[in-house]
Design a protein around this ligand. Structure first.
Ligand code: GLN
Length: 291
C-alpha cells in the first residue's frame, strides 16, 4: 500500500479539503461540497477522507477535484460534476440533459406505489422520464408491473436506459417522443409525471442548480401550467377505467391543478403535501364505469 506522504506537488487529502473549502466560500455549503467532491474524485466514502487525511491521493485525483471545485464555484450542480444523484436509494446517473431528481418527487413515487398491489401486472407510463428516476423506482418496487418511460429528448432517454440497465431493472421499456405520442393511442392503468411547471421568467430559474438544468424540464410555459394542462386533458383517454393520473406540481399550484383535473372529468381528485406541508402532488381517477 502506498500511503504516500504529501509533498508540495502532491497535496494531502486534508490540504485538498482546505483548498476546496476556501475555493467554495461563495456557496451555501463549502465544507460539505468539498468533502462530497473529493470523495467522488477519489471514489471513497466521506468517512475515508478523515481516516486518510494525511495521505496524498495523487495528481490525477487532485486535478479532477480542483477542476470540480472551480466548476462548483461558478455554480455547476454537484450532481452534474459527479454524474450521480441518489433517488429512492438508487444511485442514478444524471447529466445536464436531465433534471436532477429531487427528494420531493419521492412523494409521487410513494403515492403511486400505494395504488399498485404487489404482484399485479399494472401498466404504468412515466411521461418525460428524464433520468428515469420515477419509472425505475416504481419498476424496482413492483417487478410484476410493466412500465413505459418516455422522453422527447434523446440524450435524456439514453441516460434513463443506462440507469435501468445498470440497476438491473428489466420491467421498464423506453420510448422516445412527446408526452403521449409514444403510447400510440394505447391506455395504461397509471400515468405519472414530474412535468415542467416553473413559470417562465421565475427569478428562481436564475438561482442555484436551476440555472444549469434543462429549461425544457423546468419551465411549464407562461403560467407554469401548460404541460400539466396538456397531461390532464389528454391523460383521461389514455387511462383504463379506474386508472389514475398522478402529477407533481409547484407548491402554490395545488388548487389550480385540482381545478384542471375536475374540469377534465377526473374523480377522487386529491392533493398530497410534502414533509414541509407544501402541496406537491395531485392524483385523479378516470371513472370506473367510464369505458
Ligand atoms: N422541483 C423543481 C423546482 O422547482 C422543478 C421541477 C419541475 O419543474 N418539474 O426546483
Amino acid at each position: 500500500m502506498s500511503a504516500a506522504v504529501g509533498t508540495a506537488a502532491e497535496p494531502t487529502v486534508g490540504e485538498l479539503l482546505r483548498r476546496g473549502e476556501a475555493g467554495l466560500q461563495g456557496g451555501d455549503s463549502p465544507r460539505l461540497d468539498a468533502e462530497v467532491l473529493l470523495a467522488g474524485a477519489r471514489r471513497c466514502s466521506r468517512a475515508a477522507l478523515f481516516r486518510d487525511r494525511d495521505e496524498a491521493p495523487g495528481a490525477a485525483v487532485a486535478d479532477v477535484f480542483l477542476r470540480w471545485v472551480a466548476e462548483r464555484a461558478r455554480g455547476v450542480p454537484v450532481a452534474y460534476l459527479l454524474g450521480r444523484r441518489e433517488f429512492w436509494s438508487l444511485g442514478l446517473e444524471v447529466t445536464p440533459a436531465t433534471l436532477i431528481p429531487r427528494p420531493e418527487t419521492e412523494l409521487l413515487v410513494e403515492r403511486v406505489l400505494e395504488l399498485m398491489p404487489f404482484g399485479a401486472s399494472t401498466r404504468v407510463a412515466d411521461l418525460g422520464t428524464g433520468s428515469g428516476a420515477i419509472a425505475i423506482a416504481i419498476a424496482s418496487e413492483r417487478p410484476s408491473a410493466a412500465v413505459v418511460a418516455t422522453d422527447r429528448c434523446e440524450a435524456a432517454l439514453a441516460v434513463a436506459v443506462r440507469n435501468a440497465a445498470r440497476l438491473g431493472v428489466r420491467n421498464v421499456t423506453f420510448r422516445r417522443g412527446d408526452w403521449f405520442e409514444p403510447l400510440a393511442g394505447g391506455s395504461v392503468d397509471v400515468i405519472v409525471s414530474n412535468p415542467p411547471y416553473v413559470v417562465a421568467g421565475d427569478p428562481r430559474l436564475e438561482e442555484g442548480d436551476l440555472r444549469f438544468e434543462p429549461p425544457s424540464a423546468l419551465v411549464g410555459g407562461r403560467t407554469g401550467l401548460e404541460a400539466i394542462g396538456l397531461l390532464v386533458r389528454n391523460g383521461y383517454s389514455h387511462l383504463t377505467p379506474g386508472g389514475c393520473l398522478a402529477l407533481e406540481h409547484g407548491q402554490d399550484q395545488g388548487a389550480a391543478v385540482r381545478g384542471l383535473f375536475i374540469a377534465a372529468g377526473y374523480g377522487g381528485v386529491v392533493t398530497y403535501r410534502d414533509l414541509a406541508g407544501r402541496e406537491r402532488a395531485t392524483l385523479g381517477r378516470r371513472g370506473r364505469s367510464d369505458g
